[in-house]
Design a protein around this ligand. Sequence first.
Ligand code: 5GP
Ligand code: MN
Length: 330
Amino acid sequence: MTSPDQSVVAAVQTKGHILLATHYNPDGDALGSLLGLAEILEGMGKQVFRYLEEPVSPLYRFLPGCGHIQTDMEKVREFVAHAKDDLLTVCLDCGDANRLGTNSPELISFRPLIVIDHHQGNNGFGDGAWIETHRSSTGEMIFDLAEAMEAEISTRAAECLYAAITTDTGSFRYESTSSHTFMVAGQLVRRGVHPEIISNHLYDNYTLGRLRLMQEVLASLEMHERDRIAVIRVTQKMLERTFTTMGDTEYFINFPRAVRSVRVAVFLKEVSTGVVSVSLRAKGQCDVSLIAAQFGGGGHRNASGYRVKGQTLDAVRDDLLPRLRQEINV
Ligand code: 5GP
Ligand code: MN
């Protein structure tokens, strides 16, 4: 299916004030789909609020419209008050309401609210939802939404959506990359996207600090289960030593994942004192979304994650390994 639910299209078409939100620690798809949809809606003459919990990581600041992102809840309240009945809240690429961040309870109180997403296990926490778990990215879905509304997709919007799709498909490599994904990418290129420029911004634009951080993170590599499970980690100390932020660790997990024998790669991240975020990446038949769900998280079959509070990185690993052993041995 490539067309959005008619109720979603109608909701977006009718309302004149749209509040857009996505998950905390946003990746390329979260930001690209949010900024792309914002451009499309503004092209339709609507008032749009681009809300994020935190400022955008430098890696993504090239995306058109980034400068309009607001992190201040007071400004959100003003927008909502001004919009009155003409308001629609749209949550993008966000598998559950908690992932909206600390302001989630207030954000989801701004109704009506619709959810557009491709995560497995999304319970559709809004008044309306368009969720297709086989989709490569939320960005791909936003293209179809624009088509269904017969809205114009400017070059700026196309750049955002292309960045969303290329990041969430690992540059068109993951299982979810379909013929439709390539069709959409082709249409975006027709609208003026230069793939090499987007790729340069995303993949050839790092700081030296990130390379030094990568050295430390890769040096932490542990192999388990006859080299079928790889574990790497990042600590706050490593970030301090290399003058980097957690955003700089994006894609590091692909290195252990790329080892021939590896079935599951694990990345343990000390996001703050006492809080560990776990990223899981699987190859082949392993379903790591089920494992993440056992620990209160979620995601996709091949890419999922969860958070743990009050445990050391070693303890988190020790809880996880027996579950992974079970999964790779079935
Ligand atoms: P990443 O490893 O890049 O942080 O996340 C990979 C996938 O797992 C993403 O699709 C993301 O939505 C999902 N994910 C990561 N952490 C969590 C979490 O704490 N809760 C849920 N529900 N999903 C998560
Ligand atoms: Mn996504």
